[in-house]
Ligand binder design. Sequence first.
Ligand code: SF4
Length: 191
Amino acid sequence: MELLNLHRIVDVTAAEGPGLRCAVWTQGCSVRCPGCFNPQTWTTRGGTLMPWPDLVARVLAVEGIEGVTLLGGEPFDQAAPLGRFASAVRSEGLSVMTFTGHVLEDLPPSELLASTDLLVDGPFLADRPEPSRPWAGSANQRFHFLTDRYDESIFTTPNRLELTISPEGAIELNGFATTEVLEALLEGEHR
Ligand code: SF4
């Protein structure tokens, strides 16, 4: 069985797509956009290898989520096992939102594409920051409503930056923030 190569899993987040979702970052990205916020996901080394049915079981055990979001890395670098995962969770009623650094027109048919309700496509362009739409990193990226699960009403969701502090004191940030926003947050911390 082909294994998934994963960077990180957050069981429940409100910052990575419509509603509450499980977010899965893949390890390995062949797109390599200059200025990428996740360059640590470029290499295929150092990820967590997992059979896709194990990820299905983990996600289905999470209560209260409406779907999963697949982020990079580049999810379509692992289109075969990730497609099986996406198809399995969708058949249990969860929605699937997938980010890709490719444009839709360049993606070959795959089970992952066929099992995606909402696709956000296109490379991150550092010189074209996204002014308003939630979840998009740059203004060139497009939202494709590939099924009737979602529509443009999702754009009324505010962009969120979610900060989680574990009992051990580890801090995790989810969501998208510009460098300016992050700097403002850090300044606030020092006041
Ligand atoms: S596709 Fe995503 S992870 Fe890959 S380089 Fe571009 S922004 Fe970074």
